[in-house]
Design a protein around this ligand. Structure first.
Ligand code: ADP
Ligand code: MG
Length: 371
């Protein structure tokens, strides 16, 4: 078991990268602490598999170091790194029985056969594979094969970490939910560092204590599901997490705050200060649909928006508003009256974020220490 540290890591698949666009992983520093349950979340093509393969040793990075605890492991093969990796599609030996497939990583370690038996039984039970132990893997369904594949990843409890690369893609939705819970259970039981790659925010937040959101070859935020929701540190996190995502409006700095078209949004003094001392090309405000306040009665000091559309989703409604030319999504609780024609809204100061070139501006300069 180990803490995994990525130091000045970068990777390009071309041998002569011309610029940042040529990097699948842009220079990054990151720490996965020992024993954590982590998700690596991001859209297809953002570099998740590349990063995982660099950690496991299947891929050698063009720059930087991978450390397990304090040891640099760049030169170590995947076996020497002692990492288990589960892929999107099943990796099983078709001609072997399920039992032998699960036993394989243990026998490879030279474990005594009695111990092999008890471990295989244990993992078969967790994954509901007992009835299939004597079947040849080639006779299994896709779901069953993937469960065996996961079992092979989970069967050893002496690994440094277990990496999952979208392992539930081929699994049917009901079983998906069950397996995710199993994984969480296994994590709690063995306390092994687990990194779970997915492009599904629900999957990420049900499995992980902390989520790394990846975008364009970088980890743009590493935090709890709640932190990602409440304080997205990059507009991509705002947009990608939540349903619908965060409202983002292009603004300009003005006396006392920011504005767009004829609308002025007041900001706290400290934040105005930060905007003034920051160089940026684009300035945006962001606020989540859940955090926009809708007044029940007409209120003069509120912002006035046109109601464009209301979608009833049963336990809540999503209103689409037009605020001075900007489209806004607002989540309205079931019991709230639906404004007719015009809506009076406010952006509570604590939920109104400001982004300079897509990164969150904190009122205080950030004291975060890079690893
Ligand atoms: P993800 O797993 O998030 O979908 P990948 O790590 O597979 O993303 O890919 C990141 C980027 O690197 C993509 O632009 C992809 O096209 C590119 N890429 C991935 N594998 C290779 C490869 N073997 N050779 C060249 N480019 C690759
Ligand atoms: Mg991938």
């Amino acid at each position: 078991m180990a803490e995994i540290r990525l130091h000045n890591l970068a990777h390009s698949y071309t041998s002569t990268p011309a610029g940042p666009e040529d990097y699948a992983i842009r220079e990054m520093n990151h720490i996965w602490e020992q024993g954590g349950a982590y998700a690596l979340l991001g859209p297809s093509g953002c570099g998740k598999s590349t990063l995982l393969n660099i950690i496991s040793g299947l891929l050698s990075p063009s720059q930087g170091q991978v450390l397990f605890d304090t040891r640099v492991v760049n030169e170590l093969t995947p076996e020497k790194r002692n990492i288990a990796q589960v892929f999107q599609f099943p990796v099983v030996y078709d001609t072997m029985t399920v039992f032998d497939n699960l036993a394989f990583p243990l026998r490879n370690q030279g474990l005594a056969e009695a111990k092999v038996h008890s471990k295989v039984q244990e993992i078969a039970e967790v994954l509901d594979l007992q009835a299939l132990l004597n079947k040849k893997a080639r006779n299994l369904s896709a779901d069953e094969k993937q469960k065996v594949s996961m079992g092979r990843g989970l069967v050893r409890d002496d690994v440094s970490a277990i990496l999952f690369d979208e392992p539930l893609t081929v699994i049917d939705p009901h079983l998906k939910w069950k397996l995710r819970r199993k994984l969480k259970q296994i994590h709690e039981q063995f306390n092994i560092t687990m990194v779970y790659v997915t492009h599904d925010q629900l999957e990420a937040s049900t499995f992980a204590d902390k989520i790394a959101v990846m975008y364009g070859g970088q980890i743009v935020q590493f935090g709890t599901p709640r932190e990602l929701f409440e304080r997205p540190s990059h507009t991509f996190v705002g947009y990608f997490i939540g349903s619908p995502g965060m409202n983002l409006i292009e603004v300009r700095a003005e006396d006392g705050g920011v504005g767009f078209a004829g609308t002025h949004l007041a900001l706290p003094e400290a934040l105005q200060q930060r905007i003034a001392e920051t160089d940026y090309r684009s300035l945006k405000v962001g606020i989540r649909p859940e955090f926009i306040h809708v007044w029940d009665e007409p209120y003069e000091e509120a912002l006035q928006a046109d109601v464009v559309h209301v979608e009833d989703l049963g336990t809540y409604k999503i209103m689409t508003l037009d605020l001075d030319g900007a489209a806004l999504k607002v989540r309205l609780a079931e019991d709230k009256p639906v404004p007719q024609g015009r809506a009076c809204i406010s952006f509570p100061a604590q939920w109104l974020m400001v982004y300079a070139d897509e990164y969150l501006l904190e009122a205080q300069a950030s004291n975060e220490v890079q690893p």
